[in-house]
Design a protein around this ligand. Structure first.
Ligand SMILES: *Cc1c(COP(=O)(O)O)cnc(C)c1O
Length: 247
């Protein structure tokens, strides 16, 4: 068995164990294999190992790698490409054209630009709205660092979500967050719990829109995320090893 196959099996086992601990079905959880910085050959090896959901955090890298993979496997494949990193205005077209799912929607302006492109291509892009729960300045997303006590934060998120829901080229499907870097497990868990509660609040605001998805958890914390309700975990290093050029 190849290293990649072994790692994939090990991560899937960890996903399953975490799900079982909280009486969830493992198949409710989508494991997004984060291939940023790795070449197309790595993605092909991962594909051979059985992976079908790939995540990139830079739009050009996603577009280029997707083209390479499609050159190798053909266009009628079964891969879902996730844009997991935030996008600047001038990169929205790339994401609209090449991503199948976008996890880091942090501004209405970006949503409008994305929707203009997907709409004219006759496509609807599933998106997650990104929220910054930990309050770390380095994190993108709607500031929800004190949402339990701050009506202004809540109404900004509510208005943002409403604007996104009303765009016909996008389909808002849930909330995404990043845990604080190198924090203690208890703090990470509380960030995930607060994200889940916030997503529950948002669902009540928009009962007609299915907002049940939660994108949270990476190599260092995906098991905690699953225990706290993640439906999408974004895992790079546990599958591919450490990146020589970390971004
Ligand atoms: C790189 C990245 C990940 C994966 O990180 P690992 O620690 O390698 O699992 C997840 N989400 C986002 C947004 C990323 O940029």
């Amino acid at each position: 068995m190849s290293t990649i196959e072994k790692r994939f099996l090990a991560v899937k086992q960890r996903v399953e164990n975490a799900a079982k601990r909280v009486h969830r079905q493992p198949d409710e959880i989508t494991l997004v294999a984060v291939t940023k910085t790795w070449p197309a050959e790595t993605v092909l090896a991962a594909y051979q190992a059985g992976m079908r959901e790939f995540g990139e955090n830079r739009a050009e890298e996603l577009a280029n790698k997707r083209a390479e993979i499609e050159a190798a496997l053909g266009r009628t494949h079964d891969i879902t490409w996730h844009q997991i990193g935030t996008v600047q205005s001038r990169k929205t077209k790339l994401v609209a054209e090449h991503a199948d799912c976008f996890h880091a929607l942090d501004r209405v302006r970006i949503a409008q630009r994305l929707s203009r492109v997907t709409e004219s291509a006759g496509k609807v892009l599933p998106v997650f709205v990104e929220v910054n729960i930990s309050g770390e300045g380095s994190k993108a997303g709607f500031d929800c660092s004190n949402w339990e006590h701050d009506a202004t934060q809540l109404s900004a998120l509510r208005n943002g979500a409403e604007a996104i829901i009303n765009l016909s080229g996008l389909r808002l499907q849930g909330v995404m967050t990043m845990a604080p870097f190198s924090a203690k497990p208890e703090l990470i868990r509380s960030v995930f719990q607060r994200t889940r509660r916030l997503a529950g609040w948002l669902q009540i605001q928009f009962p007609e829109t299915e907002l049940s998805r939660l994108s949270m958890g990476m190599t260092d914390d995906f098991e905690i995320a699953i225990e706290e309700g993640a439906t999408h975990v974004r895992v790079g290093r546990a599958l591919f090893g450490s990146r020589t050029n970390p971004i």
